[in-house]
Every structure is written in structure tokens, then in C-alpha cells.
Ligand binder design. Structure first.
Ligand code: 13P
Ligand code: SF4
Length: 312
């Protein structure tokens, strides 16, 4: 960006941040931001976190308004867990293609074919799918959730990559849906081989939403929070990062003296990035768009999320 344009943008952001603080007080609002959000949003958030932590914060907060800076299913989960709060999202087009890869009819069919199976649903799913679910999980507690179940068979939706990883870790018999994250699934073995040649001293840290053959190359495999914690504590100076690019904000904040190289330039979730600071301020000003979940669906879905929160 040219120097003048950059200065103008910084000035605009300063003004937006002042307005945001006023609106937060007026509305008694809390701002939750996922680690994959733009830096300008993570900078002003009351809490940054992964899907698990943000769901927990939404369930606990005494604010009247939750502004969820993330994608739609995250806002829905907040609304289900805190039905009496207003939940806003800066841009309602922030969806998750993986969440859209599973539908209620397909899941019901699978349940009919396996009547004794327990249904475990990744939080990256719609409220309607959660309403058909025994227990939800995030990547932070997926293995522990599966281990906590006394079931011969498990139906797992919608992420095939995370499902495969969890099955390998637990040895449980799982019927795995064919969904995937368009962003994490883009990372290939070739990308990692090339990065390793370029940075031979670096450790490769990878999210289990990546393809199994890529996950198998990881020096460390874990959820977004687990990757952050690992890099913070590690004595290594260089890392090749196999998760979404927005994580760089927290990684650099935690360890300004370490180097983080994203494993490919394609590790950017376009859905997460449709939110920005301007839209965040506007949604608190107009109190729109609000997340709505039909109460009958929310009531059915809530148990699966509450069970998930019990498994750390
Ligand atoms: P976590 O926040 O659980 O690491 O999930 C990653 C993700 O893809 C969120 O959309
Ligand atoms: Fe969905 Fe993947 Fe984007 Fe997460 S990173 S919101 S799973 S598309």
C-alpha cells in the first residue's frame, strides 16, 4: 500500500476503534474473534480464541450483546448456548463450506442404517445438524469426546480429514462423512516438502483438518490453540505453519522473536475474511445482522453443545 493510502487507512481505523468503544459501552456488548479473523478485528476483540474457547465465552458472558467475529456456525452456536442474548455477526455472508457439506436428510438416512451408533458432530455444522447429534466437538477436544463415548459405532460428520485423524488416534469404529475444509484441504505433501527444503531447521505444525498424508508429516499435530501453545513453548526458532493464515497474528504476538512461515499462500479462509473492522462497527451501530436460530431447533441442538463443553 502506498504511504499516503496506508496513513489514511490507519487514521480511519483509529476513528473506527474510538466509535467501537463507545458502542460497546452503550450496548453492553462483548466482541469475540476467532484466530482466523483479520488482524484489525483480532486487535479490538475482548477475547480471541478457537471454536471451543469462543463457545465457552459465549455461554458464560453476562454481556447483553455478543458480536461474533467468525463464521455463521460459530454465531449460531453462541445463540444456541446463550438464547437470551442478541448475537451479531459483522457480515452474514461469512459461511463455512464444510458446514454446508452435510444435510439433515443424509444424516437421518445414516442414522437409520446404524441405529445403535452415536452421532458426533464437529462444531463446524449447522444448528439443524446439531439438533440430530448426540455430542458435538471441536478440533481441541475431538479425541477426548470420542474416547468419552461408550458406543460400538460412531457416525462422524462432516470433516473426513479430522474424522480420519481421530479414528487413527482412538482406534474407534467410525462412519465418516465426506466433507472437508476447502482451505486446509488445499495443503499438499509437495508444499510441505518444498517448505522443508527451504527451512530445514523449522518444525512443521499442522491442523488435523488437513489431508491425512499432510497430517502424517507433522512434527506436531493439533487444533489452533494447541498449535499456538506448542509454538509458544518450543525452543525452536522457526516453524512451518499448516493452518489458516490469521493464526499468524497470535503466533507473532506470543513469540515476536520466532519465525513463522505459512506452508502455502493458499491457507487463507475467504469466508473468515469477509468480516472487517468497518462492518464490525456498523453491525453494533445498526444491531444487524442478527443470528436467528428457530427455538425448536436450538432447544434440540443445545444438549449436544453443552455435552461438548463438559469434555476438556
Ligand atoms: P478450531 O478453531 O477448532 O481450531 O477450528 C478450525 C476451523 O477451521 C474453524 O473454522
Ligand atoms: Fe470452514 Fe475451513 Fe473456513 Fe474454518 S477455515 S470456516 S472449516 S472453510
Amino acid at each position: 500500500m502506498e504511504a499516503l493510502a496506508l496513513e489514511r487507512k490507519q487514521e480511519q481505523n483509529r476513528e473506527l476503534r474510538i466509535r467501537l468503544e463507545e458502542l460497546k459501552k452503550e450496548r453492553n456488548a462483548i466482541i469475540l474473534a476467532h484466530y482466523y479473523q483479520r488482524d484489525e478485528i483480532q486487535e479490538v476483540a475482548d477475547f480471541r480464541g478457537d471454536s471451543f474457547l469462543l463457545a465457552q465465552k459465549a455461554a458464560e458472558t453476562d454481556a447483553d450483546v455478543i458480536v461474533f467475529c467468525g463464521v455463521h456456525f460459530m454465531g449460531e452456536s453462541a445463540k444456541i448456548l446463550a438464547p437470551n442474548k442478541i448475537v451479531l455477526i459483522p457480515d452474514e455472508r461469512a459461511g463455512c463450506p464444510m458446514a454446508d457439506m452435510v444435510n439433515v436428510d443424509g444424516l437421518r438416512k445414516l442414522k437409520a442404517q446404524h441405529p445403535n451408533a452415536k452421532v458426533v458432530t464437529y462444531i463446524n455444522s449447522s444448528a439443524e445438524i446439531k439438533a440430530e447429534t448426540d455430542i458435538c466437538c471441536t478440533s481441541a477436544n475431538a479425541v477426548r469426546v470420542i474416547e468419552s463415548l461408550d458406543a460400538e459405532e460412531i457416525i462422524w460428520v462432516p470433516d473426513k480429514n479430522l474424522g480420519q485423524y481421530v479414528q487413527d488416534q482412538t482406534g474407534k469404529k467410525m462412519i465418516i462423512w465426506e466433507g472437508y475444509c476447502n482451505t486446509h484441504d488445499m495443503l499438499t505433501v509437495k508444499d510441505v516438502v518444498e517448505m522443508r527444503a527451504k527451512y530445514p531447521e523449522a518444525e512443521f505444525v499442522v491442523h488435523p483438518e488437513c489431508r491425512p498424508e499432510v497430517v502424517a508429516m507433522g512434527d506436531f499435530v493439533g487444533s489452533t490453540t494447541a498449535i499456538l501453545e506448542y509454538c509458544r513453548k518450543s525452543n525452536r526458532r522457526q516453524f512451518i505453519v499448516g493452518t489458516e493464515d490469521g493464526t499468524g497474528y497470535q503466533l507473532r504476538l506470543d513469540s515476536p522473536d520466532k519465525e513463522f512461515h505459512f506452508a502455502t499462500k493458499f491457507l487463507v479462509c475467504p469466508n473468515m475474511k469477509v468480516n472487517n473492522l468497518k462492518k464490525l462497527v456498523k453491525c453494533l451501530e445498526t444491531m444487524k445482522p442478527q443470528i436467528y436460530v428457530p427455538p425448536a431447533v436450538a432447544d434440540k441442538a443445545r444438549t449436544s453443545l453443552e455435552r461438548m463443553l463438559q469434555v476438556r
